[in-house]
Design a protein. Structure first.
Length: 132
């Protein structure tokens, strides 16, 4: 259950293709080899109202949170996190170069006792793979 939620300042719309950024994260998550394909979710929330540091309206941010299920040890999580952060950071390099910008990425482990899910996507992916 790797669910990525990206919050970003509205002023990034003129600097970043957010859809492409989501795809960078999705592909990087797959490349780690530790997440089931059917569980990967990447979504973005545009923050229309925000203020940063001294209030300069040209400052921007992108904050990504990854929620995932238990079961992966710290070295595995760190290696995956490093890979995903590097991919997104590289994609956003022009924003760092041309503006005042903050990027963050946090990983949160969901307690299986208090995390409920219902999903038939894995089934559909399995069927599609056997049809090929």
């Amino acid at each position: 259950m790797p669910h990525f939620t990206i919050e970003y300042s509205a002023n990034l719309d003129r600097k970043v293709d957010i859809g492409a950024a989501l795809e960078v994260v999705r592909k990087a998550a797959i490349e780690t080899g530790i997440f089931p394909l059917g569980g990967i979710r990447v979504r973005a929330i545009r923050c229309e109202h925000y203020t940063i540091a001294n209030g300069d309206p040209e400052m921007g941010f992108l904050a990504m949170l990854l929620r995932l299920g238990e079961g992966r040890d710290l070295p595995t999580r760190k290696k995956a996190g490093d890979h995903i952060f590097e991919a997104l950071s590289s994609y956003l390099e022009p924003v760092f170069r041309d503006s005042k910008f903050a990027l963050s990425f946090d990983m949160q482990i969901n307690d299986k006792e208090t995390s409920w899910k219902r999903n038939n996507i894995h089934q559909h992916l399995s069927k599609a793979a056997t049809a090929d």
